[in-house]
Design a protein around this ligand. Structure first.
Ligand SMILES: [Zn+2]
Length: 410
């Protein structure tokens, strides 16, 4: 069986196993995800890989190296999906690892280190499987429900035969000293590669960190839209519109200066009692600032607060901030990116360098000091939706880059 046939068989078997009304549904820590892991395990065993499940139920499929005492190489991604999502988000990275292992095995080569292809559980609900073994999962995470109809995360884990309490004691089960390199292949989830005429494979420079607020309140004064003239208004909608527009201008300036930055107000609400003939006395909105650079994040967040203060003065409104949450950016390891770049040149696969806007297991792995690099593959129609797509030729080109980098590793 060629690598292409092998990959296509796994994609189509897993799609069949997890198909829902639209797309696929294999939520983290459900029977469906377990079933997919069991299938991947049997596929890996057929290749001659040694398989085991760790304390969080993640599946480790190992191609033995000459010297298993050396820190191993990981090629990892997640097995779960969002509800009615696409088949390739997550799964592509696991299949890529298995394709590389198959190729290395069949070329009669043996790597120095163990090659561990890892299928993480429950990435889509907050990088749960990877955080559990890195010791960064918190007791409060177990008390969350992914969606109102879902069980608590802790209960779902228990149903899968996992002891959730063992995972929230701050104890790590994976240490940086045991991992020589961590690679993750993933569909891009944005349109950059798809629209690029240079490359359909990307080398990730890092995963953007962010600062976000779920709900900032702008408080003005509710009043009659006909009776209140311009100078007497404290219009929360007008104030927020002015703030957003000012931030958009600042964003454009920073992009022109070559900074990495994205800025989003994804949620904007007026109260349910609002009507066309009422001046809004309240607007709540979210804020999400993402960038590879901590300095840019701090400067742009400060700029947001300054603009809010100006707007507050001009419009006679006030802003009330809920708690700010921070996620640190994770930079790729330059020497691993270099290895991938050399491998791409050898395989004659054109690549471009790009930031990852979305979070990945690779991000928290890197936060623990493990050298990380990611490969992106062009995808069509975005991700986290059933229309998500990926061309097999682009995937196979990325797999060749990964496989070559692994063979060249030492
Ligand atoms: Zn993903």
């Amino acid at each position: 069986m060629t690598v292409q046939e092998f990959a296509q068989k796994i994609f189509s078997d897993v799609r069949e196993m997890s198909k829902s009304a639209l797309g696929v549904t294999r939520l983290g820590y459900t029977e469906k995800e377990t079933e997919v892991l069991r299938y991947l395990e049997s596929t890996a065993r057929n290749l001659g890989l040694a398989c085991r499940y760790d304390v969080a139920g993640n599946l480790w499929m190992t191609l033995r190296g000459k010297n298993p005492n050396l820190p191993g190489i990981m090629v990892a991604s997640h097995a779960d999906s969002v509800p009615e999502g696409g088949n390739f988000d997550g799964l592509a990275g696991i299949v890529a690892g298995l394709c590389a292992a198959k190729d290395i095995q069949e070329s009669q080569r043996q790597l120095q280190q163990d090659l561990n292809v890892v299928a993480f559980r429950c990435e889509e609900q907050g990088l749960i499987g990877s955080r559990a073994i890195l010791g960064t999962l918190k007791a409060e995470d177990l008390q969350r429900r992914y969606r109102p109809e879902c069980k608590l995360l802790g209960e779902s884990m228990q149903d899968c035969g996992i002891d959730p309490q063992a995972l929230v004691q701050g104890k790590a089960y994976l240490y940086a000293k045991d991992v020589a390199a961590y690679f993750e292949l993933h569909i891009e989830q944005g349109p950059k590669l798809e629209l690029s005429d240079q490359a359909k494979v990307g080398l990730v420079t890092g995963i953007r960190g962010n600062v976000f607020h779920r709900s900032i309140r702008c408080v003005g004064e509710t009043a009659h839209s006909g009776a209140i003239d311009f100078e007497f208004r404290h219009d929360a909608v007008a104030a927020v519109a002015e703030l957003f527009s000012a931030m958009r201008s600042h964003w454009i300036e920073r992009l022109k200066a070559g900074e990495d930055l994205v800025y989003t107000n994804g949620v904007v609400n007026t109260p349910a009692s609002q009507s066309f003939n009422i001046i809004a006395g309240e607007v709540t909105f979210s804020l999400d600032i993402r960038t590879l650079s901590v300095e840019t994040r701090q400067a742009f967040y400060r700029c947001f607060k300054e603009e809010a203060a100006k707007v507050a003065k001009t419009f006679g409104v006030k802003f009330e901030f809920d708690e700010a949450f921070y996620i640190e950016p994770s930079l790729s390891n330059p020497s691993l990116v270099e290895k991938l770049e050399q491998a791409a040149a050898q395989e004659a696969v054109p690549v471009i360098h790009m930031a990852s806007g979305a979070g990945h297991d690779a991000g928290d792995v890197a936060q623990q000091g493990i050298p990380m690099a990611m490969i992106f593959v062009a995808n069509q129609n975005g991700s986290h939706n059933w229309r998500e797509a990926m061309r097999m030729e682009d995937f196979l080109a990325a797999v060749r880059v990964l496989t070559r980098a692994l063979k060249n590793f030492n």
